[in-house]
Design a protein around this ligand. Structure first.
Ligand code: BYC
Ligand code: FE
Ligand code: FE
Length: 474
């Protein structure tokens, strides 16, 4: 299908030839813009931002860079190219042709998966809406807004599916995606992490590293779906996701790098001295990491899940990179879970592999998270410091699954609730830590200047220099 960039809603789905759908989406568009103005980035809507925009899906030319006012961003509907003769890749229908329409018996389940995915996208924009005021540089401010407009586009992607394939129910769900709000007492966002405030840039980098990475794994799982339009939508979304995780990965790396520089200058790792010098000490960074990693682990769902088993059996949602697995049916296979034994120890239990899909995906996620650790720890090693950043155990501070509300230490050893309460200030950000981190967050809006708590990036965006005018204020 041709990309049509001139339409009011840029798309490669032939929207112009489906008047009913086009009209429905054109009706939703002002509601989206209304939401953007009310709950999107605060105050910077008149500024020109050096942004990339998706204009087509071919590998070379999908993005163009230009100055754009965010409300004028061309939020479009783009699906990856349809594969010829694509077949169901896993589960009970393995090998059958994929579906171009929603099978009646899977309608409500698919709708729920799409709504859950769609709900996270505007949620993250809401969570990040005030961060612009405290951006450490124009480069970072631009990256924040790039992430925000693309999460807005991801919402469009899910809303397109709801409108195009789910009739009136779908249209109602699309409205509700703009009615639930992050942290709202009455109508919160669906998944836990998306109701946590992101009120400082250290949290933003942790979120883009850990939570956008959940996005990567969930999108990869949905990209395997037998419902082909969903698979193609998610495949294209993944190309945008890489930059979001890059922002987190390099952001955390730059914070650590700056702290090391000041540790060297001062010849100390003393927290009080480092805080006096305006940088974020390593134990505080580790606490933020513990918080966002453990929260993001919950997003994979229960470790033993009959939902996950039926998604897999029915071909609705698979495993990332399904092709790498030997057995695509998994009807006979099993998986060993480590569970709390209720007496302060750990016991093993074998469960059917299909019920363990959430856990299998979570494991792959943890391995992916470790890559950043290795990069950040290289900075520490090269600087000659023994300190290392570590991922806490997947049992630590969980609120979903078998380990939910089982107190453990960061190494995953079950401990008493008293011990957890007594020691949690060593493991998770305290109100003092948060107050300190907030105190160093002050907007730096001069070209090429960088806040004192973070090192400059190694290079700019799209081969531009680091001191490029990434934002023009008006
Ligand atoms: N918070 O059977 P279970 C992204 C619910 S991030 C609250 O284990 P299942 C992005 C669960 O819904 C990717 N509730 O669940 C990143 C279920 O509810 P019901 C988002 C939770 O279904 C950054 C119940 O607990 N995409 O794109 O196997 C910026 C039983 O659980 C939570 C998706 O999530 C939680 N953390 O797995 C922007 C993909 N966890 O049925 C964007 C779509 C579980 O009892 N969603 N529950 O009412 C799914 O595939 C699944 O819904 C889940 C849960 C993987 C989330
Ligand atoms: Fe997204
Ligand atoms: Fe993202």
């Amino acid at each position: 299908m041709e990309s049509n960039y001139q339409d009011r809603i840029p798309n490669n789905v032939g929207l112009g030839s489906n008047r009913t759908l086009q009209r429905a989406l054109e009706h939703w568009q002002p509601e989206f813009l209304n939401w953007w103005h009310g709950l999107g980035p605060s105050d910077f809507n008149a500024s020109s931002v050096y942004l990339r925009t998706a204009i087509s899906v071919d590998t070379k030319g999908w993005a163009t860079f230009d100055y754009v006012r965010m409300p004028d961003y061309r939020w479009g509907i783009f699906l990856a190219q349809q594969e010829d003769d694509r077949r169901v890749g896993f589960g009970d229908h393995f090998g059958q042709p994929v579906w171009q329409q929603v099978p009646g018996e899977h309608r409500s389940t698919l709708r729920r998966l799409i709504v859950t995915q769609g709900d996270t996208e505007p949620a993250s924009v809401e969570q990040q809406r005030l961060l612009g005021h405290t951006a450490p540089s124009l480069y970072d401010l631009r990256n924040l807004f790039q992430v925000n407009v693309e999460e807005g586009r991801h919402l469009w992607a899910m809303v397109y599916l709801l409108h195009a394939y789910f009739g009136r129910d779908g249209r109602e769900e699309a409205e509700e995606l703009l009615e639930r709000h992050s942290g709202d007492a009455d109508k919160p966002r669906i998944l836990s992490t998306f109701n946590e405030p992101i009120s400082d840039w250290l949290s933003f980098y942790m979120f883009t590293y850990f939570t956008d990475r959940d996005g990567k794994f969930q999108l990869k799982s949905l990209a395997e779906s037998s419902f082909d339009p969903l698979a193609r939508t998610c495949k294209f979304m993944l190309t945008e996701e890489a930059h979001h995780m890059f922002v987190g990965d390099t952001g955390i790396g730059r914070v650590i790098k700056r702290t090391i520089e000041v540790m060297k200058e001062l010849g100390t790792d003393d927290q009080i001295a480092l805080r006096k010098a305006g940088v974020i000490d390593l134990p505080t960074i580790q606490k933020y990491l513990n918080f966002w990693f453990s929260s993001s682990l919950d997003l994979f769902g229960g470790d033993s899940s009959s939902n996950a088993a039926s998604y897999f059996a029915n071909g609705l949602k698979g495993r990332p990179d399904e092709i790498k697995y030997e057995d695509h049916i998994e009807a006979e296979s099993s998986y060993t879970l480590e569970l709390p034994d209720g007496k302060g120890g750990i016991r093993e239990e074998r469960i059917p592999m299909r019920n363990a899909v959430n856990e299998v995906v979570r494991e792959a996620y943890v391995r992916d998270c470790e890559k950043g650790m290795a990069r950040w720890n290289r900075h520490l090693e090269e600087a000659g410091y023994p300190h290392r950043m570590t991922l806490p155990s997947t049992r630590f501070r969980r609120t979903v699954g078998s380990w939910a509300n089982v107190p453990t230490n960061p190494e995953g050893k079950p401990i008493s609730a008293e011990e957890f309460n007594a020691r949690q200030d060593e493991w998770l950000p305290t109100s003092d830590d948060r107050a300190y981190v907030h105190s160093v967050m002050r907007g730096v809006f001069e070209r090429g200047k960088m806040a004192g708590w973070i090192a400059p990036p190694e290079r700019g965006i799209n081969t531009q220099p680091i001191d490029f005018e990434y934002i023009k204020f008006h």
